[in-house]
Design a protein around this ligand. Sequence first.
Ligand SMILES: NC(=O)c1ccc[n+]([C@@H]2O[C@H](COP(=O)([O-])OP(=O)(O)OC[C@H]3O[C@@H](n4cnc5c(N)ncnc54)[C@H](OP(=O)(O)O)[C@@H]3O)[C@@H](O)[C@H]2O)c1
Length: 296
Amino acid sequence: MKKVLIIGAKGLLGPELVRVFKRDEMYDVTGWDVDDIDIGDKNSVNEKVIGLEPDIIINAAAYNAVDKAEEPEGFEIAKRINGMAPGYLADAASKIRAIIVHYSTDYVFDGNSPDGYDELSSPNPISKYGESKYMGEMELQRHSEKYYLIRLQKMFGKPSNNPNAKKSFFETMLNLAKKQDAIKVVDDELSNFTYAPDLAGRTKYLIDKALPFGIYHITNEGMPVTWYGAAKILFELAGIKNVKLIPVSPDEFPRPAKRPKYSILINTKLEPLRSWPYALEEFLHNQQEFFNAVSK
Ligand SMILES: NC(=O)c1ccc[n+]([C@@H]2O[C@H](COP(=O)([O-])OP(=O)(O)OC[C@H]3O[C@@H](n4cnc5c(N)ncnc54)[C@H](OP(=O)(O)O)[C@@H]3O)[C@@H](O)[C@H]2O)c1
């Protein structure tokens, strides 16, 4: 039996990782979140992680407040949690010869390439959040050789019970559809989406099959869309007909952090995941109660 430690167990991805590993009796699963460990505290990481002696450490904890990270205080937190902590975890992993899995983002790229970015493309972040995540990628690689660095983008999944949790785009759109007859959506940022249960399954696959260590791009496939394009597909699948979607330029909703204009993550290493609208259909089906509440 292998001991797997999942950190960030109360976030969007973490609970799916816990679920998928717990279903397999080959794994003894421990899930920790911010109440159990502060990954930004090197001593605490050393003491607690090394004390547990896991065979596999999966770090799904992060500071994902993209716009707040543009402010000096937010950037300090981002550097601590997204930048330095992956190095502390990787260092602890190396000391106990554990495998480490860490997640990063398409926001490490500048978004100037309409053709997208593969695993070997050079990062060039255009936001402080992207900088902090790129720093984490480098710290991870500096401290461990047995790592899987997984980049993903625009994740969605089961709404969190935590009222402070950041809502996924689809959850936000469904909530707005309850209240508004027309919704303006930014027609920019061409990319795909990542369904948390699919990503969790593919993470376990990397470990089960002992695939080579290194960088992987794991997102659902499909036709890349802008936020507006994604909202249109969501409303079609959810049968929401009497809410008008209005495409607008990003200038209508100015935000502090720059986002990559094109951020298609190209996967050259793994079998492609199903296309994201199929995953979205499953998500809506599984959230029937929530979905019924918003269908007008
Ligand atoms: N969500 C996306 O669209 C997206 C896109 C690209 C990449 N990613 C990456 O995918 C990974 C998983 O993201 P996610 O959306 O599942 O994240 P999430 O929902 O924000 O969950 C992260 C969890 O980590 C916890 N945490 C924060 N600071 C911590 C600390 N110092 N020590 C221990 N735990 C801490 C958070 O607790 P609190 O909530 O109480 O702070 C939260 O429960 C992250 O690496 C993220 O950067 C996500």
